[in-house]
Design a protein around this ligand. Structure first.
Ligand code: GLP
Length: 259
């Protein structure tokens, strides 16, 4: 894992966006794995700006979202399909046929989940996977104790996740308890993983996934097995890292080598 401690979330979003842009220039039909939540919004804002102001073309890009709630329609403001339209898709020129979400409806959901992973394989795999992290260490909706080689499937959300995400629901509104998520195995299949974590609420999870053992109890810890993963943190989310100063120094030397 490469760890970059940024001054601000904006700096993190700038770095992630810059990498996406660089990859897009060499591969216009880039395959992006996309996340929801408040953390990736800065990157999406920057991609929209690049398209509007600099004419960056996304017409050949393919996207696969990490997860989606079961029981919410695509028009429901809390659905991840709605979120993605609002923050990204409505403003970019990605053809609808290139946009994919995990299946959440109908019979044979398990088979459709398998097909989602096959679809990712069929386009050559995910080039860049954008990730956030739950305060309990989940990636996508792979909650603690998720199988480390899992494929896309339905997961039950933990109490902690329901509490964390309840801020998006008004009182009386039903909050889904189930979601379909890319599996941990699916995520590990991505060629490059860019995980952003901002705010002190993430500090325990960051400590566990970076310096703890690989464990299904902290699903993000599996990223220790992935050779092309970078974590973009800020001081607040990095406070519990025992080797923080080492990561800062390492990044400093890497930058000097690149210049
Ligand atoms: C949800 C999503 C995750 C996301 C997490 C953190 O649970 N399924 O993909 O990483 O929220 O959200 P936030 O970025 O708002 O802290």
């Amino acid at each position: 894992m490469q760890i970059i401690v940024c001054e601000t979330p904006d700096e993190g979003a700038d770095l992630v966006t810059r990498e996406i842009l660089r990859r897009l220039e060499s591969k216009p039909d880039l395959v992006l794995g996309l996340a929801t939540g408040s953390t990736p919004i800065g990157v999406y804002e920057r991609l929209v700006r690049l398209h509007r102001e600099k004419g960056v073309d996304f017409s050949r890009v393919r996207t696969f979202n990490l997860d989606e709630y079961i029981g919410l329609s695509a028009e429901h403001p809390q659905s991840y399909r709605f979120f993605m339209r609002r923050h990204l898709f409505d403003a970019l020129n990605i053809p609808a046929a290139n946009i994919h979400f995990p299946p959440t409806e109908g019979p044979e959901l398990q088979r459709k989940c398998r097909e989602y992973d096959e679809k990712i394989q069929a386009v050559g795999g995910i080039d860049i996977q954008i990730l956030g992290i739950g305060s309990n260490g989940h990636i996508g909706f792979n909650e603690p104790t998720s199988s480390l080689r899992s494929g896309t499937r339905v997961k039950t959300l933990t109490e902690k996740t329901l509490r964390d995400n309840s801020r998006f629901y008004s009182s009386g509104e039903t909050q889904p308890h189930l979601a379909t998520t890319m599996g941990i195995g699916t995520i590990l299949g991505a060629k490059r993983i860019l995980l952003q974590a901002f705010g002190e609420k993430k500090a325990d999870a960051i400590r566990a996934i970076v310096e703890g053992p690989i464990s299904a109890f902290w699903p993000g810890s599996v990223l220790q097995l992935h050779p092309e993963t970078t974590l973009f943190l800020v001081r607040a989310s990095a406070t519990r890292l025992e080797m923080l100063e080492y990561y800062v120094r390492t990044h400093h030397y890497h930058r000097e080598l690149e210049e």
